[in-house]
Ligand binder design. Structure first.
Ligand code: UD1
Length: 422
């Protein structure tokens, strides 16, 4: 077990290279299962979720090679063992993204009920129902889903999601590209990571179109070919570093990110008093005034304010003058970090399990805190960077799931943070 030791109070400034997006790369690795030709991914982040996905895919019988730098090569010639062990799924919910591609290409797969972050129930009923509409037979026994496609393969279907689901949309698309006939997905997710996956699939020969903002139409093809694709930059990592700089009174240049993907984040942070200047060298972020202003945020599917921004932005709000309200609409249990922030001196009133009020500016002080999940982990690091004194943060493995060497990048910006063996 490892911990972070952070001494706060240093303004962070400099340039930071943002890694490839976790929420895209895992699905792109799964997309490689759709062809027997090699798939090369560039800008693959060195995060533990990628490592788990790599282990899972190697177990299935695929060749997954992590080349030097940020390259990964995957060849899914055959599946010797189409089974995802419980241990892997417990560590990473996104392993469930293999349902669609494995059914489409190999006709069967056995996957556990996924775990991942403990942020609410996070069911997979919509994935399962959609694949069943495409002809799959899926039964649930002793913690595992046993899924099989009909002998003549999955068939296209009209799928209307009752709520927007990112991975649900992706699972259907990853099945539909090799299904017979046309699939129409309504109320489809719009996240930039989804569109980057669609672009990759098109480069493999898939026929996919967004025919309306929330409608994706897929015409199944016989087979897909290999490709080389560069993973888009991680807007959630970018948001974390933007806050790290602004909240410490510093300034950062974010590189490797498309500023248009940060629209709702920039809009909310603009109200708080941050300035974003896109330039040839990257996106420059700093706080315009010494005094930040309170604001209200409510999470929503893209292009709304992402649920993954909510926790890190809460640190910004502890430093803003006045009372802010955060309302979480996507997950019912994604506010655990607030309890730890309160222990560091934040003035927080938890109205209900999805709503909290934060009054600032509050003087945060170092504390021993425990990270409950991935985004909350980055949040507590941010809080420790602002706090007076030293904090010890336990549960570092949650941060490593989605951030590539967060402490090295922070040190390069001037932060006093180190990783110790507990
Ligand atoms: C993805 C992201 C995660 C982000 C979330 C919402 C990945 C690996 N993770 O998670 O970082 O916070 O989108 O933007 O890409 N739901 C159901 N039944 C289902 C599926 C979802 O009820 O079968 C519900 C969920 O409980 C949640 C909502 O739908 O309330 C949205 O979840 P979803 O978009 O599916 O999240 P993920 O794709 O798992």
């Amino acid at each position: 077990m490892q911990k972070f030791v952070v001494t706060g109070g240093v303004p962070l400034s400099g340039k930071v290279q943002i890694a490839g997006a976790k929420n895209a790369v895992l699905k792109m690795m799964a997309a490689a299962a759709l062809t027997d030709e090699p798939v090369t991914l560039r800008n693959v982040p060195r995060i533990s979720d990628v490592k788990i996905m790599r282990e899972v895919m190697s177990d299935i019988g695929f060749e997954v090679r992590r080349a030097d730098g940020d390259l990964m090569e995957i060849t899914a010639a055959r599946a010797t063992w189409p089974f995802i062990p419980l241990e892997a799924a417990r560590r990473m919910r996104a392993s469930f993204i293999l349902l669609g591609p494995m059914l489409a290409r190999f006709g069967r797969v056995i996957l556990p009920n996924p775990g991942g972050d403990r942020i609410g129930r996070r069911p997979v009923d919509l994935h399962v129902a959609a694949l069943e509409q495409m002809g799959a037979e899926i039964s649930y026994r002793n913690g595992y889903y046993y899924a099989a496609a009909p002998a003549d393969g999955l068939r296209g279907a009209r799928i209307a999601f009752p709520t927007v689901t990112v991975m649900g949309t992706e699972n259907v698309v990853l099945a539909a590209v090799l299904a017979r006939g046309t699939t129409i997905v309504d109320n489809a997710a719009l996240e930039p990571e989804v569109d980057d996956l669609l672009a990759m699939l098109r480069s493999m020969g898939a026929r996919i179109e967004r025919t309306a903002e929330r409608r994706i139409e897929i015409e199944g093809v016989e087979r897909l070919g290999g490709t080389a694709h560069t993973v888009l930059g991680d807007r959630l990592e970018a948001a974390t570093f933007a806050i790290a700089a602004a909240v410490t009174g510093g300034e950062v240049m974010l590189r490797g990110i498309d500023p248009t993907h940060l629209g709702s984040f920039r809009e909310a942070c603009g109200r708080i008093g941050l300035s974003f200047e896109p330039g040839a060298d990257g996106l420059r972020v700093l706080a315009l005034d010494r005094e930040l202003r309170a604001t209200d945020v409510e999470t929503a599917p893209y292009p709304g304010f992402a649920t993954d921004y909510q926790a890190p932005v809460s640190v910004l709000l502890t430093q803003a003058a006045g009372t802010s309200t955060i309302h979480e609409t996507i997950f019912e249990d994604r506010m655990d970090h607030l309890r730890e922030l309160a222990r560091m001196g934040a003035a927080i009133e938890q109205v209900d399990e999805r709503t909290a009020r934060i009054t600032g500016p509050a003087r945060l002080h170092g504390a021993e805190v425990v990270i409950p999940d991935l985004r909350a982990g980055a949040t507590l690091v941010l809080a420790a960077l602002v706090a007076d004194g030293t904090s010890v943060i336990d549960g570092v493995e949650h941060v490593d799931r989605g951030y590539e060497q967060i402490e090295a990048k922070l040190v390069a910006l001037g932060a006093r943070i180190s990783r110790i063996e507990a």
